[in-house]
Design a binder for this molecule. Structure first.
Ligand SMILES: NC(=O)c1ccc[n+]([C@@H]2O[C@H](COP(=O)([O-])OP(=O)(O)OC[C@H]3O[C@@H](n4cnc5c(N)ncnc54)[C@H](OP(=O)(O)O)[C@@H]3O)[C@@H](O)[C@H]2O)c1
Length: 397
């Protein structure tokens, strides 16, 4: 990439000739907002061609006014209709919003996938198959269909993680060094300072009050159970191809260190930055850490500070163990884990399940099914339905 220097706000910024035309799936969410923020800051490099959301018509309306995308999608039909009426444009809905909105168009170079849950699998998988570059925050895509996705990556795909831990590790690997072990750091979630009993009875509002990150509800609950970290272990397992025993989780309350790798000689490299998804998104999309963005806070290294790391308590956080188990088993088991977690978290958020019962419901569903191989991506949807239906029965039981 040819590079040049230019003046902006009295600072010299190193800048490339990069131009990416993007379809952003999940544009109105927490990561989606970070993506739109970066696109706003670097319009000369990032062009928004398609925007997709789920339900929230108003924030999508604001993005349409600001970015004038060529195409818009809303997964849920009533929301798509609202946007159609307000803007007099065609709005894709259902599967069309996740796939057709970009697949048959070559004005899109890359997809940015930040929709939660099982919905993420198809756009990531199909995006790679059609030769688009895929940036993804949605770890669930790899949890449910890691083997299918990584097969496409080996064939021709370009897949770039947007999870801060995986992005950090990814940036070390591009230097071409061999890894011995990797460490995924976890802040410990919203309930990290509570006793066992108070944690079990925690209310929805307590669980959603994350001490560091402002994220969507699903991932915030998953952070409190450490299921999010478990999903990240599975994501790392597929992305980096290390044995599961060499993928370690460390609780790191400060959330300054996002990923660490240990090399063959015992040296460890860590990437530190202020916990802000805009930094990850910016570096990943622009492919460089040379761009300044005055809106992203910097770490304050003045005075005394300390960085702490500790091993997670696996008894207190059984969901992390379930994820290691699912990754070890492979086949349909990670699909079942994901479905059981989606059901349990949604029941908790609607007040129908106690926080302490989330791992119990997941365990019941997870260990009910024997391992079966997945022969095609369609099997993912079969096992997802089976697990959801059994979760309903288990709950009634
Ligand atoms: N938040 C973070 O800091 C973070 C960090 C790393 C990874 N991740 C991962 O990124 C993903 C998104 O997390 P988030 O925190 O950004 O979630 P979020 O705030 O809940 O946002 C989800 C986005 O996806 C849209 N959406 C939901 N269902 C959809 C569907 N069926 N089709 C199309 N769009 C749909 C939502 O639209 P509406 O709001 O209109 O429904 C919203 O724009 C998750 O997989 C999460 O694990 C998040």
């Amino acid at each position: 990439m040819e590079e040049f220097l230019y003046e902006k706000e009295d600072r010299l910024i190193r800048c490339g000739d990069l131009r990416l035309n993007l379809a952003v799936l999940g544009a109105t969410g927490s990561v989606g907002s970070a993506v739109m923020n970066v696109a706003r800051a670097f319009p000369e490099h990032l062009k928004i061609v398609a925007l997709v959301g789920g339900r929230s018509a108003e924030p999508m309306g604001r993005l349409i006014e600001e970015f004038s995308p060529a195409r818009v999608g809303m997964y849920y039909e009533d929301s798509a209709k609202k946007i159609e009426e307000a803007f007099g444009i065609k709005v894709y809905s259902g599967e069309e919003a996740l796939i057709d909105i970009w697949r048959s168009y070559d004005d899109i170079d890359a997809l940015v996938v930040c929709v939660p849950g099982l919905f993420a699998f198809k756009p990531v998988y199909e995006g790679l198959r059609s030769g688009k570059k895929v940036f993804f925050a949605s770890k669930e895509a790899l949890v449910v269909g890691g083997e299918f996705i990584m097969k496409e990556v080996k064939l021709k795909g370009q897949l770039v993680p947007l999870d801060s831990e995986h992005w950090s590790i990814f940036s070390f690997i591009s230097e071409g060094q061999r890894l011995r072990r990797i460490f995924l750091t976890a802040s410990g979630g919203s309930l990290r300072d509570l006793s066992h009993q108070s944690r079990k009875d925690a209310s929805v509002s307590e669980v959603l009050r994350h001490p560091i990150w402002k994220m969507g509800k699903k991932i915030t609950v998953d952070s409190a159970t450490l299921m999010n970290k478990g999903f990240e272990v599975i994501e790392a397992y597929y992305l980096f191809g290390l044995p599961l025993d060499d993928i370690k989780v460390l609780v790191h309350r400060e959330a300054w260190v996002h990923g660490m790798v240990e090399f063959a000689d015992g040296s460890i490299k860590a990437l530190l930055f202020y916990p802000d998804m805009r930094l990850v998104v910016q570096e990943a999309l622009l492919g460089s850490s040379s761009f300044e963005n005055p809106f992203i806070p910097r770490l304050d290294l003045r005075g005394r500070f300390s960085l702490t790391f500790e091993e997670p308590d696996m008894e207190e956080y059984p969901c992390l163990n379930y994820a290691y188990y699912a990754a070890r088993m492979g086949g349909n088991i990670p699909v079942i884990l994901n479905a059981a977690d989606e059901v349990a978290v949604s029941l908790f958020l609607s007040g129908k399940l106690k926080f302490g019962d989330i791992p119990k419901l997941i365990r019941k569903v997870l260990f009910h099914f024997p391992m079966e191989r997945l022969s095609s991506p369609e099997d993912i949807y079969f096992w997802d339905r089976e697990a959801r239906s059994f979760a309903g029965e288990a709950l009634e039981g």
